[in-house]
Design a protein around this ligand. Structure first.
Ligand code: S3P
Length: 425
């Protein structure tokens, strides 16, 4: 896919539903009593993997263009699948479903694509085993395929080494099936959709700082969920709006949960003009329209608590840093190495190929902005966030950019290229 440079970008767009919330709406709906109705569900490949897994666990799910209906069967209503569950490219599906499966009275085998079979699963195997679960990495390498033997579980207080909502959520979901309360403490607070949404489904969930609690549940009850737009998808249009000559882009209906809004805060600290309008609540989550204008950016240091709040947006933040005056340092972000690809290595290599001044570090990157970018051929390594980041890069590079494996954007944003092209003026 070739992306040509843009003269001007202008207009407005509606962002697809949030990926994290879409996954959870199906999972929690499946183990609740009654029918959960989900609107603005993200029809990306990852969320479709979650639907497919729960169908194999005996849940009827109607997926039409305007809504998803999940006919939940209650906490103990899942049935043993007759085949291996395929989580595709989705880390969220693999890790969260493991927490649910750990407490079932049957065994399951989980696997996924090549990328999923390389991603670390020990981070969920350890705490779930401490709760009494029996989970085996079938190749004994700490990765999927995983054999999960349903067991009776006990509550624990787990101190996680990494700030990870997937780890936290797996433990909290297993905690619903445990015989006593469960708590998870993280080094920094990760996205809190599980805590917020489980409360909406009637679970006794609470949080205090970076500790989340859950009580064993008798039953969850179905909900209506309107999924807000995904800030991780909006991120590419925020970046494009900040960089394009004479731009003005209105991005409608974006979730701005404070555990997710790190990119907005970081861009504003870099001098980016982003105005939040029409603030409201959608599906129990704060949402707003974002108006973004071309801005003169300067470098900053991104570290500590803001990192988990923009973990998926760090690649596009690194791109923005190439256009900022001075140095940007990204640290405390070693988690980037274990995403769909090693995002520190791939960003460094590809930004350099386009002429940027970037140094890879153990836990991030140092970017010295101000060098113009030029054309290059980029291999996405089938990582959707890398493909979308370099599509934006192509708009502002002399000669544009050629992206190999661009179709992987369908993981989280099926209409991405159409929406991007629609803003050219
Ligand atoms: C997610 C959590 C994050 C994020 C991923 C979605 C979630 O992963 O990168 O895209 O929905 O819980 P980690 O928990 O591994 O940080």
């Amino acid at each position: 896919m070739k992306i040509h440079p843009a003269a001007r970008l202008q207009g407005s767009l509606q962002i697809p539903g949030d990926k994290s919330i879409s996954h959870r709406s199906v999972m929690f709906g499946a183990i609740a009593q009654g029918t959960t109705e989900v609107t603005h569900f993200l029809q990306g490949a990852d969320c479709l993997s979650t639907i497919s897994c729960f169908r194999k666990l005996g849940i009827e799910i109607e997926n039409t263009s305007d809504r998803v209906l999940v006919h939940g069967k209650g906490l103990r209503g899942l049935t043993a699948p007759s085949e291996i569950l395929d989580c595709g490219n989705s880390g969220t599906t693999t890790r969260l479903i493991s927490g649910i499966l750990a407490g079932q009275p049957f065994d399951t085998v989980l696997t996924g694509d090549e990328s999923i079979r390389r991603r670390p699963m020990k981070r969920i195997m350890e705490p779930l085993s401490a709760m009494g679960a029996k989970i085996l990495s079938q190749r004994d390498n700490g990765c999927a395929p995983l054999l999960i033997r349903g067991s009776s579980l006990r509550g624990i207080h787990y101190h996680s080494k990494v700030a990870s909502a997937q780890v936290k959520s797996a433990i909290l979901l297993a905690g619903l099936y445990a015989d006593s309360p469960t708590a998870v403490t993280e080094p920094s607070l990760s996205r809190n959709h599980t805590e917020l949404m489980l409360k909406g489904f009637g679970a006794q969930a609470a949080s205090c700082g970076s500790t989340a609690f859950i009580a064993p549940a008798k039953e969850l009850h179905a909900c209506k969920i309107e999924v807000p737009g995904d800030i991780s998808s909006a991120a590419y249009f925020i970046a494009a709006g900040l960089l394009a000559q004479g731009s003005g882009i209105l991005i409608r209906n974006v979730g701005i949960n404070p555990t997710r809004d790190g990119l907005i805060r970081a861009c504003q600290a870099m001098g980016g003009k982003i105005r939040l309008e029409n603030l409201r609540e959608t599906g129990g989550e704060p949402a707003a329209d974002l108006f973004v204008e071309q801005s003169a950016l300067h470098g900053i240091t991104l570290e500590g608590d803001i990192i988990p709040a923009m973990i998926d947006e760090l690649p596009v933040a690194a791109l923005l840093a190439c256009f900022a005056e001075g140095e940007t340092v990204i640290r405390d972000a070693a988690e980037l190495k274990v995403k769909e690809s090693n995002r520190i290595a791939i960003m460094t290599e590809n930004l350099r190929a386009m002429g940027a001044d970037v140094t890879e570090t153990e836990d991030g990157m140092i970017i010295r902005g101000g060098r113009p970018l030029h054309d290059a051929e980029i291999d996405s390594q089938m990582d959707h966030r890398i493909a979308m980041t370099f599509a934006v890069a192509g708009l502002f590079a002399e000669g544009g950019v050629e992206i190999r494996g661009a179709e992987c954007v369908g993981i989280s944003y099926p209409g991405f290229f159409e929406d991007l092209e629609g803003l050219r003026r």
